[in-house]
Design a binder for this molecule. Structure first.
Ligand SMILES: [Zn+2]
Length: 336
């Protein structure tokens, strides 16, 4: 049901051949008589909740003290954050706003939003308490006022997932992640993806899941956030331009199998061709930010050049064909 490479005979991934997953993946790609075919389960097959947010010309970044973000001719620098001391109080952040010769320092509470010199600025979250996921970061959004709908540009509070910026980008980097959560053979990825979407909206203030595609244990591919839009992160790097693939599972603990490597390579080969990425560089999240992601056992395939070899082998067969499975083509048992 979840065979994703129609043109291939998929390899049985057993514990025995795990050690040769790279070789097996290469053999699998080499056996294809033409371009690889990747079936993709659309977002709507696993979630009844449409992505939220508003289209905008803007940028969202996580800033630690002394970090700056630049967007067009404005920059925002975080100086300090202060955790609330009492129940009911909000964390605060002091930022320096600069536009040409104009500079202003403001101290703002979590959720503040305001217009400044043609831009709408929102303090989406402040993670000032030790133990917070993203501890030390302030999440800041900046957008041009004219690109926003009035209910966002005139708002004085940042609001929730419905107000977050959907920013189009030009993809020029391929980046691999893992979920860092245990994922076993009989676990239903669609349940977990729905959970991630809801958690992302409520806990992280994201308009959708943060990655562009997920890879299941059997190599099944799931559409996540629309790849035309910039992804999100809990870490400190600029996610613009990154094509974000998340291999579901914890690859600090377990090994990826050949089917997963083939799917990752096929999606990266497609993106390399689609976006004409040259020179092609494959990143692991840990190359960009303070993170162990995508786990030692997956990162090894980037580091030793295996994944690059698989992507090149896939590209040599021609641009992979994506087949989008909608609800009717792939009824989920959870959404009859
Ligand atoms: Zn990651």
């Amino acid at each position: 049901m979840r065979n994703i490479l129609l043109s291939l005979t998929l390899l049985a991934a057993s514990a025995v051949c795990m050690a040769n997953a790279g070789d097996d993946a290469l053999a699998s790609i080499a056996a294809s008589t033409g371009p690889l075919t990747v079936e993709i389960h659309r977002h709507s097959t696993w979630s009844e909740i449409a992505p939220k947010g508003v289209d905008a010309d803007g940028l969202r970044m996580n800033l630690a003290p002394k970090d700056s973000m630049k967007f067009r001719d404005v920059s925002v620098t975080v100086t300090t954050t202060t955790a609330s001391q009492k129940e009911g109080e909000r964390d605060t952040v002091t930022v320096v706003l600069t536009n040409g010769k104009t500079t202003e320092t403001r101290t703002l509470d979590e959720g503040a939003a305001f217009n400044w010199n043609g831009y709408h600025v929102a303090i989406v979250a402040i993670y000032a308490k030790r133990g917070d996921l993203g501890f030390g970061s302030t999440v800041v959004e900046v957008a041009t006022i004219e690109s926003l709908p009035k209910q966002v540009s005139e708002a004085t509070r940042a609001g929730g997932a419905e107000s977050r910026l959907r920013v189009k980008h030009t993809i020029d980097k391929l980046t691999l992640h893992h979920s860092a959560t245990n994922h076993l053979a009989n676990d239903d990825i669609t349940t977990k993806l729905r959970g991630m979407q809801l958690w992302g909206e409520s806990d992280r203030n994201w308009f959708d899941v943060p990655y562009h595609f997920f890879i299941d244990l059997d190599g099944g591919v799931y559409e996540a956030r629309d790849y035309h839009y910039v992804g999100d992160t809990n870490t400190r790097y600029d996610p613009r331009g990154h094509f974000l693939i998340n291999c579901f599972g914890n690859y600090s603990k377990v090994e990826p199998n050949a089917q997963q490597l083939v799917s990752i390579a096929a999606m990266m080969a497609w993106a390399a061709e689609e976006f004409k990425i040259d020179p092609l560089k494959i990143y692991g999240h840990r190359d960009l930010a303070d993170s162990s992601c995508p786990g030692e056992n997956l990162y090894r395939y980037i580091q030793d050049g295996t994944l690059r070899k698989l992507v090149d082998a896939a590209r040599a067969k021609g641009k992979p064909k994506l087949v989008w499975l909608d609800k009717k083509a792939a009824p989920s048992p959870h959404h009859p």
